[in-house]
Design a protein around this ligand. Sequence first.
Ligand code: SF4
Ligand code: SF4
Length: 442
Amino acid sequence: MSNAQAHLMRKSFVTHVDENRLMDCMRCGFCLPACPTYIHSDYDETQSPRGRIALMKAVRDGVVEWDGSIEEAFDLCLGCRACEPACPAGVQYGTLIEETREAVLSVKSQSLKEKAIRKGAFDHLFADQRKMKTAVKLVTFYQKSGLQKVVRKVGFLELFPPFMKEMEKSLPDPPKKRRKLALSIEKKTTVAFFAGCLMDTMFRETNRNTIELLNRLGCEVVIPKNQQCCGALQGHSGEMDRARRNAKANVEAFDLDGIDYIVNNAGGCGAFLFEYDRLFENDPALLPLAQQFVEKQIDISSLLVKLGIIDELLKQPTAEATEIVTYQDSCHLRNVNGVKDEPRELLKAVKGSLFVEMPGAHLCCGSAGVYNLLQPEMASRILGSKMEEVKKVQATTIITTNPGCLLQMKVGVEKEGLSGTTRAMHVVDFIYEKMIGKNGGK
Ligand code: SF4
Ligand code: SF4
């Protein structure tokens, strides 16, 4: 980087990265054992939260020259925010890394690969739900038409990077046709459903199961039409203006009159929705609306527990445990929303399965939005060690609460050759299967 660019980078850090937030770090190191990249880089301080904060400050103060190793330290951060609950000083690391990425993005030219991924994802796929639906229709055609079998047979997939091949094998089944159900019991609660972009296309079956479970617990579910992708992927990649655009559209799409909760079933999206007020802290016109929106947020596990599903699960006939179930936390659901007990409570209440806690379940699986595409080496190292834990607890079912984690677990199962014995599922699909049956109890 030339002197002029280095100067621009420093200026960009001064503009974007809040000095007071940086100063909150007292360098105690309590966050280090919580950080997956620190653990998986042989305890390299520059790959830790403390090290990264020191680098942010050093760049901002102009005491280090911007170079590839500094950039790599920021790029390798998963953004999992496991460092936040571990921090006694309440350092807002998630905000700092977003500010850092915004600062870098506004100065640095991107590689062709990164440009293509960002453009494809942020300007097309996640910017417009119709395009996402079209993409999923193409995938469904690929799966149903026999093309998938041909592609696999002729070895066409060998032309793609290993991670893409594993992804292809892990694609969820296309959604089945299902009749619309009327609310079967007296209405007790009204919820607005944040359907999500991936969840409402690739995991549509899970969304239908979510609505049906809520209906059976006495919820009327409304689905606001103009909602969009939550903006998390954009925000975590430093594209704050794009993230704010999506957030504004969502805040305006939800009419909160008569709504008890806004429920979501994707941990990563939920955590971003939960912090919409932060995006509008300097926008007095939108802030009150964003605050009301945030107050109504709840994730699906917490809502199911609140609505009394545990009693319903415990009423199920006793059955011998035929599967070992474990849970992989969604980083953001755990570290931002503080939800860790509710999914486990649900799994423990299910008859016919044994819940086993997996060591390190709280650590990121390496999915982290588009991290597994941009940083395949570290993502694969993290996933490999996660799958070792899965094997140790002999899990036959791995439960997650976020689409990215679910795909990553499916990839892990394929990679390890465990697809004959182990499956990965969303918590909603598992509870639905146990309470209602695989085919909706029909
Ligand atoms: S735990 Fe918090 S204060 Fe301590 S080093 Fe980590 S970020 Fe800084
Ligand atoms: S967000 Fe995750 S990967 Fe990044 S510094 Fe914090 S704990 Fe480490």
